[in-house]
Write a protein that binds this ligand. Structure first.
Ligand code: 5GP
Ligand code: ZN
Length: 114
């Protein structure tokens, strides 16, 4: 998608601090971190949200999840606990419509979220 911010990060047209990559997924630090670890994990291929990705390509959804958990290990937050969030739709706070998992950790995370 030519007009998608995260497709531009995949294409290296916009800089990002990339921390992890596998065949299908890319992980980079959120520009406005909400926790000491706040990494976004996206499929390199454009899908609007988690529901669209799950419908279109289960294998790719699996790669995104595997990348999210690999990021948690790499960031050193896997043992203490971390959160993987897909905001799905505007009512849930999704603002970038290229599916992304937020990987959050490094501080106490309360539940339920706001
Ligand atoms: P959403 O609200 O859609 O679940 O999350 C979008 C996330 O993308 C936000 O946490 C926001 O800080 C992050 N973000 C927006 N623009 C950029 C950008 O240009 N670079 C990076 N690294 N993160 C961004
Ligand atoms: Zn995109």
């Amino acid at each position: 998608m030519t007009d998608c911010l995260f497709c531009k990060i995949v294409a290296k047209e916009i800089p990002a601090e990339i921390v992890y990559e596998n065949d299908g997924a890319l992980a980079f630090r959120d520009i406005n971190p909400q926790a000491p670890t706040h990494v976004l994990v996206i499929p390199k291929e454009h899908h609007a949200d988690a529901a669209a990705l799950a419908r279109a390509d289960q294998g790719l959804a699996d790669e995104v999840l595997k990348a999210a958990h690999a990021v948690a290990v790499q960031e050193g937050v896997a043992d203490e606990g971390y959160r993987v969030v897909f905001n799905t739709g505007p009512g849930a706070g999704q603002t970038v419509f290229h599916v992304h998992a937020h990987v959050l950790g490094g501080r106490n995370l309360t539940w339920p979220p706001g």
